[in-house]
Design a protein around this ligand. Structure first.
Ligand SMILES: Nc1ncnc2c1ncn2[C@@H]1O[C@H](COP(=O)(O)OP(=O)(O)O)[C@@H](O)[C@H]1O
Ligand SMILES: [Mg+2]
Length: 299
């Protein structure tokens, strides 16, 4: 069977009493197919053949490697290691679980192994359908719980956007892609790196202005995603300085007096110092809301 491997990655199958049908990494991970290609990496769906040989049922994993487009980028594999280290600081049902970081000796390529996430990205889900109030609320609570846990552990995700959440068929949401995340106890990444790598549409305006990602810039991105989750569209036409100069009004989702609108409008302030709210406050507001609160207009 031929398998489409990304770019020039030609992994040699090896025989160890298991099938040699697929390319192997470190005589353990049998790569099945490309699950996704992002700005920085290629992710494969793979079998952990060690686990399957031991009879474990959770032997499907995701393997991430740097894209070959980044071979000349000396920091790319360091970043992959940082992704592994930062995500490993976290343990939460709504955050991706890391399993291993290693270097494939034959290819001299670093890779990380993580839990496999079934389902669709939140981006795909929002593109496909209008969510009912109770599903939107269920997803929003999990999303905010995940980000709150990151911040409690000192991790700034720095790339919060619908494409970096996976939603299972049972509506379980998982935050992943810690590729440009930052641990607050280490020096921040330099600005050019962040801007090149992060998704401009959901990034806080200060990230375009020499500032490192912070808890406040994550808060801005969370508010953008929640706004889209409940209203079906992004709160801003764009997040450039021109848009700031225009001072576009954000249309309320449920009404200006609605507790969720109030807290989102505070989190979406252009200036970080004016964001007089927090992910924890969002968490409280979402906990107190019922689906019925989302089905009527608040004047
Ligand atoms: N653990 C996973 N399980 C299933 N698919 C995944 C997993 N991690 C990533 N993917 C897929 O691979 C794509 C790229 O992964 P991501 O970590 O977002 O890379 P990048 O840093 O390049 O954006 C994702 O959009 C998703 O489709
Ligand atoms: Mg991504």
């Amino acid at each position: 069977m031929n398998i489409a491997l990304h770019n020039d990655l030609s992994l040699t199958p090896v025989s160890r009493g298991v099938s040699t049908e697929y390319p192997f990494l470190q005589m353990r991970y049998a790569l099945r197919n490309i699950a996704g290609v992002g700005g920085m990496g290629v992710v494969y769906r793979a079998n952990d053949t060690l686990l399957s040989a031991l009879g474990a049922t959770d032997d499907i994993v995701a393997v991430k490697m740097c894209s070959s487009d980044l071979v000349d980028h000396p920091q790319a594999e360091q970043r992959l290691l940082m992704e592994y280290q930062n995500a490993s600081r976290l343990k939460h049902p709504n955050i991706i679980a890391m399993r291993q970081f290693d270097v494939c000796r034959q290819q001299q390529k670093a890779f990380l192994v993580m839990e496999w996430l079934d389902g669709l990205s939140l981006e795909q889900l929002l593109y496909q359908q209008v969510l009912s109030a109770d599903v939107a609320l269920k997803l929003a609570r999990q999303l905010v719980d995940a980000v709150s846990h990151c911040h409690t552990r000192g991790v700034v995700h720095a790339d919060i956007k619908p494409a970096n959440f996976q939603v299972s068929p049972e509506n379980h949401l998982t935050l992943f892609d810690f590729g440009i995340s930052r641990w607050l106890y280490q020096p921040a990444m330099i600005r050019n790196d962040v801007i090149r790598a992060c998704s401009c549409r959901y990034a806080a305006p200060e990230l375009f202005n020499e500032q490192p990602p912070t808890i406040s810039s994550d808060l801005f991105s969370v508010c953008c995603v929640l706004y889209r989750l409940f209203r079906g569209e992004h709160p801003f036409k764009d997040t450039t300085d021109e848009a700031a100069a225009r001072n576009d009004e954000i249309a309320p989702i449920f009404g200006r007096r609605h507790p969720l609108d109030k807290v989102l409008l505070q989190g979406l302030k252009w200036q970080p110092r004016e964001r007089s709210t927090s992910v924890d406050l969002l968490q409280q507001v979402l906990l107190q809301l019922s689906a019925a609160d989302l089905n009527r207009y608040w004047f």
